[in-house]
Design a protein around this ligand. Structure first.
Ligand code: SF4
Length: 280
């Protein structure tokens, strides 16, 4: 399922990734709870949304200037609408499943392609939640229903957090935090790109800054839709390099906003950029 690990993924985690992490732990100064000291301490008094810090699609970072300084709203294209609908469907399906409403129907958006994708991801999510719930229910016959739900579907979805200690916005929503395996998840609709690991890194740092627990593992879930749906997971160590990269991105973008400097147009803009009409 989107957030449940397969047997193979669990083996990779237990026998490969976690031992490597124990041998090469994250340096203390790069833990989110050290937000008050360099290098994590924000250099500029600017608060940025997580997507602004982590987005990598504009080579000059002009998207940051346009969004935050000029307050320009980009044009929502199909890909963005699909992404929003899929995120919302996964979160709603898990919320309903936790209440035992396994037969709930998916929301509809009035667009055939989006509705088809939403139904696919909804049914997929719901069936895994039901299976996990029934499995734990059968194995722990003396457990309370709360206990069964909390251990079989151990996901905080769209978990709201205050990112201000790290120079992020006051309301940040992480797609999913698995509190039993201590993994932070981010869902992307489309093909995997290693740059996406910046998102899991940012969320892990915020979790560490708030709850003062180490969060070492992230997982990008790439979901694609055709006639069938495909789900590919990238389970990774949120290591020192990723943390340093996230800090650099935050400070570079905060500088643009603080100085209100237009970094100028990029040369190779993507066709799907929301600001094509503004920058052309
Ligand atoms: S259109 Fe080009 S320059 Fe403008 S924000 Fe998008 S990628 Fe950047």
């Amino acid at each position: 399922m989107v957030y449940f690990l397969s047997e193979t993924e669990q083996k990779f985690l237990t026998l490969n990734l976690r031992p490597k992490i124990r041998q090469n732990p994250v340096p203390e100064e790069l833990r989110g709870w050290n937000w008050h000291s360099p290098p994590l301490k924000p250099y500029y008094d600017v608060k940025l949304p997580m997507y602004i810090i982590c987005s990598q699609y504009c080579p000059t970072r002009r998207d940051v200037y346009l969004t935050i300084v000029e307050k320009v709203r980009g044009e929502e294209n199909f890909k963005i609408r699909l992404g929003k609908a899929v995120h919302s469907a996964i979160s709603e399906a898990i919320t309903k499943a936790k209440k035992g409403n396994f037969d709930s129907k998916p929301p509809e958006y009035g667009n055939d392609a989006i509705d088809k994708a939403v139904k696919l991801v909804w049914d997929y999510t719901m069936s895994f939640c039901r299976t996990a719930y029934l499995k734990v229910r059968a194995e722990q016959s003396y457990a309370s229903d709360d206990d069964v739900v909390l251990t079989s579907i151990p996901f905080l979805v769209e978990h709201r957090m205050d990112g201000t200690l790290l120079g992020c916005s006051g309301i940040i929503a992480v797609d999913c935090y698995d509190y039993m395996r201590n993994i932070v998840f981010d869902v992307k609709v489309g093909d995997f790109n290693p740059n996406f690991r910046l998102y899991t890194t940012g969320y892990a740092l915020v979790l560490e800054s708030l709850y003062e627990i180490p969060v070492d593992i992230g997982c990008i879930v790439s979901v694609n839709f055709g006639d069938r749906m495909s789900v590919v997971k990238d389970i990774h160590y949120i290591d020192a390099n990723l943390r340093s990269w996230w800090i650099e991105e935050r400070d570079r973008k905060a500088e643009i906003v603080f100085n209100e400097t237009d970094p100028g147009r990029a040369e190779n803009c993507r066709d799907t950029c929301m600001f094509r009409s503004v920058c052309s």
